[in-house]
Design a protein. Structure first.
Ligand code: F58
Length: 839
């Protein structure tokens, strides 16, 4: 680490000088950039002025980082991801720069409130959930570990929709995140690239008599890069998030305009700009929309052309491209990069197929994030051929050569050829993107041990058998900067006061907390932090006319996308059961509980939306029932996003990680909760398995079937009705819902959900129900012994070292990318006194 805090005796003077400069900076930005007098400025003006001032402080490091790269020619990671769920920038940048205290003093001395300014930021919600947020954590760790990297993605004009709850139902509103202005990005119009689509291919002979192929696209759009600097924690390294926006190649087609087709000319422009208009909010359900494929190809082609340009700036050809770029495919969304890079190498740079294939396969690596068959991307051959005719030809050629290899390896086995082919020919013909990504990459990884094992044994078993060394595991991680330091300052302060602040960049150091479980004063402080975090939420969501939330209750939290496989309805069945028991027996010895939910449903996912309605309906009845007042409360927090996550992970007592075993690839919320001192109730799914291993079984509330039991039950023939008929508590809970107790007597409203559970139950909610309820009973008992609970919570946090994204990135660097840190020194110090002399 090359930049340190000032600790010398001059630091106080330095501080007050810096504060003075910052204040001058705010005023300057307000005046010259926003063009307003302070007394007329809006909160947004102040937010922008502060942000621009902070951004200026990053520029020196940014320019020095680029200089370091040019001088040292080290390898760069290109992280290709259709989503980057960055969360608000200002607060994070202040923390990573080490400027939080100074800026908040300067803001205060300017008569403002830093919290208000930070909270004003409209977060860039350019992702659906775990996958996009993982990409953001990885960018933070890459910069912190001083690994040169560029995150490449899409600058969606509308990110993830805003969720409102109306009469219990989810309502979607457009997300206008760019509306207030985005102070963190730099438009780089001069680095625009051109992207084609449609048209046809033709063969021709070049001037040297070589037979070549050329793609003649029917349409072109321009890709404009917008760069957001990504700063590491207390280092000088600044990496780049480069997001592409689509623009028409010219603002209007003057030919059309002159002949009077004004509408046609405008239409062309609108069509081009539609490409990056909106993020598809689908979650784990592939839908095969043409515009989505266009989005993928658009950002991939922009990014590959950009990397080629950067490379050719330094080298005469692309022979050594894989030594200079490691390109990661974040799921299959960017997998079209494989044929696109082949096209660039063969058609544009005139490499032979064999040379090109060697470069491509040494460049790419692929991360799989799902085991759900319905989430695997497969594009109709017809559509892909219509949009990207040259790419389809290349895919066919890749496939033909690959299948030749398979035939030699497994003579006579036609079944394995059918299974492994990139083209699915079982009905309408499809391109299987996961196969394309596997074949075009030198490394493939799953995101948790269990997930990788299941990939090896099931989803990608044929590929694993063919290339036993290609598939590896890199367990996910999250950044402790955002998910502890930023979001839980009280806990971060307590931890640092006890063990120093080394844990922020080496999370394994949290182990030093373990002996403190025997220090009553420390335990008391730990409890106090949790209590105050809970009080904050209670203050925020209590109201005079509705429930007043009780901070002494057990806060039981499930926040994540709403999906049947994540089983929010299992949680609900337990709540209804508890409600029923409390009504029948007011003396029941259970601690008071507040159940908190949050999460968005894909707009077209009817069952998930019905689950939201059911949560809110049960909440309405329970929260207004005097019989359970202060003992049972339910809160659905609308519009769960990164910002709301900042509040919720720190105040949870219990983290719900209750997916059916074998369905959740990893989960990352599970890690955020644990490192903030929540205990987990969970199944042996995804990274829960490793969390439990780390924290030890006695500090984890385990329930439910493991993957083998799930498989056995499925094979034996699963019948949810038998379970319903045999379990009185379950029957009572389901009947209450079915009979309309939570729907003003309406017995139809929740019928689709009840019928699905009783007659189908694809995620085996009923099979795991009894085990879940019994485990929850144990949770309640332990919570009634605060001393014991606190020790378990401290042990959880203390053993979270493995789940820092720093560890994940170090694994990728070692196992997959073969890249080394490039520490940046601040050589370029300041602007020349007398201005520039242009060369
Ligand atoms: C998630 N996938 C996994 N996909 O479900 C989760 O287990 C894992 O922890 C996480 O990735 C990170 O590895 C996920 O978030 C999406 O959001 C896709 C976005 C594009 C459409 C399909 C879903």
């Amino acid at each position: 680490m090359t930049r340190t805090n000032t600790t010398d005796c001059n630091s106080h003077t330095n501080d007050s000088n810096n504060i003075k400069k910052l204040k001058r900076g705010f005023a300057y930005k307000l005046f010259y950039q926003q063009g307003v007098w302070p007394q007329n400025a809006s909160l947004n003006d102040y937010y922008l002025a502060v942000s621009y001032t902070v951004r200026d402080r990053m520029q020196k490091m940014f320019l020095n980082s680029i200089r370091a790269l040019q001088e040292k020619d080290s390898k760069i990671v290109g992280y290709l991801s259709a989503e980057f769920l960055m969360g608000p920038h200002l607060h994070n940048n202040l923390i990573n720069l080490g400027l939080y205290d100074q800026v908040s003093r300067a803001v205060e001395e300017s008569g403002l409130d830093i919290k208000q300014i930070i909270d004003h930021e409209e977060e860039p919600g350019l992702g659906n959930g775990g996958l996009g947020r993982l990409a953001a954590c990885y960018l933070d760790s890459l910069a912190t570990l001083q690994i040169p990297a560029i995150g490449y993605g899409i600058r969606y004009e509308f990110g993830m929709f805003d969720q409102e709850i109306e009469n219990g139902w989810q309502k979607e509103l457009g997300d206008r995140w760019l509306h207030p202005g985005n102070p963190w990005e730099f438009k780089k119009a001069h680095m625009a690239v051109e992207i084609g689509s449609g048209g046809y291919t033709e063969r021709y002979t070049d001037d040297h008599g070589n037979l070549r192929v050329r793609w003649v696209p029917a349409r072109m759009v321009k890709g404009i890069p917008y760069d957001t600097p990504v700063i590491g924690y207390r280092v000088n390294n600044v990496n780049l998030l480069r997001l592409w926006s689509a623009e028409a190649p010219k603002s209007f087609d003057f030919d059309d305009f002159n002949v009077g087709d004004y509408q046609g000319a405008v239409h062309e422009k609108i069509m081009a700009e539609t490409i990056t208009k909106v993020l598809y909010p689908n979650d784990e359900q592939f839908r095969g929309k043409e515009l989505r494929l266009l989005q993928q190809y658009f950002f991939v082609s922009c990014s590959m052309q950009d990397m080629v340009r950067i490379h050719l700036f330094q080298f005469p050809n692309l022979d050594n491209f894989p030594d200079k770029f490691a390109v990661q495919l974040n799921d299959t969304h960017p997998a079209i990069a494989v044929p696109e890079f082949m096209r660039l190498l063969i058609d544009v740079h005139h490499y032979s197929w064999e040379q090109a294939w060697d470069i491509v396969t040494h460049t790419f690596a692929y991360t799989n994030h799902t085991l759900l068959p319905e989430a695997l991307e497969k594009w109709s051959v017809d559509m892909l051929g219509r949009l990207l005719p040259r790419h389809l030809e290349i895919i066919y050629e890749i496939n033909s050569r690959f299948l030749d290899l398979i035939r030699i390896k497994y003579p006579g086995d036609v079944d394995v050829v059918r299974r492994m082919s990139i083209i699915d020919e079982s009905g309408e013909r499809y391109v299987r993107m996961a196969h394309l990504a596997c074949i075009g990459s030198h490394a493939i990884n799953g995101v948790a041990e269990l997930h990788t094992r299941l990939l090896k044994n099931h989803t990608l078993a044929d590929f694993h058998r063919l290339w036993p060394d290609k598939l590896t595991n890199v367990t996910n991680g999250v950044t402790p900067r955002r998910w502890m330091v930023l979001s839980n300052p009280r806990l971060a302060r307590l931890i640092s006061s006890a063990i120093g602040d080394g844990w922020i960049t080496d999370l394994y150091k949290l182990r030093k907390l373990e002996p403190l479980v025997d220090d009553p004063a420390f335990c008391e402080k730990w409890q106090q932090v949790k209590f105050e975090n809970k009080q904050d939420i209670c203050a925020m969501f209590s109201c005079d006319c509705g429930p007043v939330f009780n901070p002494y209750a057990l806060f039981d939290v499930q926040v994540k996308r709403i999906h049947e496989y994540k089983r929010q309805h299992l949680n609900l069945l337990h709540i209804v059961n508890l409600y029923h028991r409390l009504k029948n027996n007011p003396d029941l010895d259970v601690p008071p509980r507040t159940f908190i939910f949050g999460g968005k449903a894909a707009p077209g996912y009817t069952m998930a939306k019905l689950i939201i309605k059911l949560i809110n309906s049960v909440a309405d009845v329970v929260n207004s029932d005097p019989d359970v007042k202060n003992r049972l409360q339910i809160l659905f927090i609308p519009n769960f996003n990164v910002q709301i996550g900042h509040m919720l992970y720190p105040m949870a007592d219990l983290s719900e990680q209750i997916s059916l075993a074998g369905k959740e690839a990893s989960g990352t919320g599970n890690m955020k909760f644990s490192m903030n001192g929540a205990l987990t109730i969970g199944t042996l799914d995804g990274a829960n398995v490793e969390i439990r291993e780390e924290v030890a079984p006695e500090n984890f509330f385990l329930f439910g079937m493991d993957v083998n039991a799930v498989e056995d039950l499925r094979r034996a023939g699963y019948n949810p009705q038998t379970i319903y008929n045999q379990n009185e508590g379950l029957k009572a809970a389901i009947n209450l819902i079915a009979m309309g107790h939570f729907s003003h007597g309406d017995q139809e409203l929740f019928r689709p959900l009840i019928d699905s559970l009783l007659y189908h139950d694809p995620y085996m909610v009923l099979a795991d129900y009894q085990s879940y309820v019994e485990c929850q009973q144990k949770v309640g008992e332990v919570f009634q012994d605060p001393g014991r609970w606190t020790k378990m919570a401290i042990r959880n946090a203390a053993r979270m070292g493995k789940f820092s994204s720093d560890r994940s990135i170090a694994d990728y660097c070692r196992k997959v990318w073969k890249v080394k840190p490039l520490p940046v020194e601040l050589k370029l110090q300041r602007l020349p006194e007398n201005g520039f002399k242009f060369p």
